[in-house]
Design a protein around this ligand. Structure first.
Ligand SMILES: Cc1cc2nc3c(=O)[nH]c(=O)nc-3n(C[C@H](O)[C@H](O)[C@H](O)COP(=O)(O)OP(=O)(O)OC[C@H]3O[C@@H](n4cnc5c(N)ncnc54)[C@H](O)[C@@H]3O)c2cc1C
Ligand code: FES
Length: 275
């Protein structure tokens, strides 16, 4: 049903995979996401469709192997099938002509931002993209982003490629010297918080694409709850893109940490049971 047509490793733990999913390929819009189940009894994980080929009914995802399900997905080979691919989920990004746009991407956000970047380019925006990584070896997709950007700037924390420092360094320089109409940040929560904190001082509209832990992806379980502008929102049905100046990032990070603590506790209990 959801056959894997192509697979390629982009860096040590980042995989690109093309899957047969004609209905999704036909209907997904930039900003929306899908939910994948690798096996019948496996968990459901949200992922972004990076490119869709309507004619051949194919979608391409890029994922980082961080835990159980993404590692299982990474073990699947060309010709094998996935149990379920559901979507489109969430809301499309408000694509229109803004003028001068800065896209800020880090981690696997570098791939997740591609469909929105392409659509914003087609809407005749001037696009400056800032890509950040810890080190040169973790960089990927910079050529893809360069092809949809008028200017591309790369930063690495250790200075092994491009500007040494965090993405906020060139972003601040741009905000000080250039008129910017809109900013979109996609990547680790801490990066999106830093970008939003900075741009708040310049009063530039800033969107972020939130990536909390999701369980059902239908607005029923409350797993992806966030507070935006003092109101409760569910990222799976109200997002995933929100106004970064209104997101309660401290609460979001605290909730992500809680899941991590619970995960550690569950693993410890399992180890004790086995001992
Ligand atoms: C709308 C949306 C779109 C996404 N698109 C992509 C994508 O295109 N490519 C991609 O690689 N990932 C994407 N993600 C994140 C992806 O869903 C998670 O990495 C995945 O669910 C992890 O599952 P796992 O079983 O492999 O890891 P788990 O075993 O569940 O977790 C492993 C480790 O990763 C942490 N973790 C798990 N999920 C998240 C998360 N959402 N944010 C931060 N830390 C997390 C856990 O706390 C734990 O430390 C997206 C998330 C959302 C909400
Ligand atoms: S994942 Fe359950 S409410 Fe969003």
């Amino acid at each position: 049903m959801y056959k894997i047509i192509d697979k390629k490793r982009l860096s040590t733990n980042v995989v690109q995979m093309t899957i047969e999913a004609p209905l999704i390929a036909r209907s997904i819009k930039p900003g929306q996401f899908i939910i994948i189940m690798v096996y019948e009894k496996g968990e459901r994980i949200p992922l972004t469709v990076v490119t869709s080929d309507k004619k051949n009914g194919l979608i391409t995802i890029v994922f980082q192997e961080v835990g159980k399900t993404t590692k299982l997905l990474g073990k699947k080979e060309i010709g094998e099938e996935l149990y379920a691919v559901m979507g489109p989920n969430g809301n499309p990004f408000p694509v229109r002509h803004y003028g001068n746009i800065v896209l800020v991407a880090g981690g696997v956000g570098v791939a997740e931002i591609v469909p929105i970047a392409k659509a914003l380019k087609e809407a005749d925006n001037y696009i400056i993209t800032i890509v950040g990584a810890r080190t040169k070896e973790l960089l990927f997709f910079t050529d893809v982003l360069a092809s949809v950007s008028d200017k591309l700037c790369v930063t690495t924390d250790d200075g092994s490629y491009g500007i040494k420092g965090l993405v906020t360094l060139p972003l601040k320089e741009l905000l000080d010297t250039t008129h910017i109409d809109m900013i979109l940040a996609v990547g680790p929560t801490i990066m999106m918080k830093a970008v939003s904190d900075l741009t708040k001082n310049y009063n530039v509209k800033t969107y972020v694409s939130l990536n909390p832990i999701m369980i059902d992806g239908t607005g029923m379980c409350g797993g992806c709850r966030v507070t935006v502008g003092g109101k409760t929102k569910f990222v799976c049905v109200d997002g995933p893109e929100f106004d970064g100046h209104l997101v309660d990032f401290d609460e979001l990070m605290m909730r992500q940490k809680t899941y991590l603590e619970e995960e550690r506790l569950a693993l410890k209990l399992l180890e004790e049971k086995d001992a």
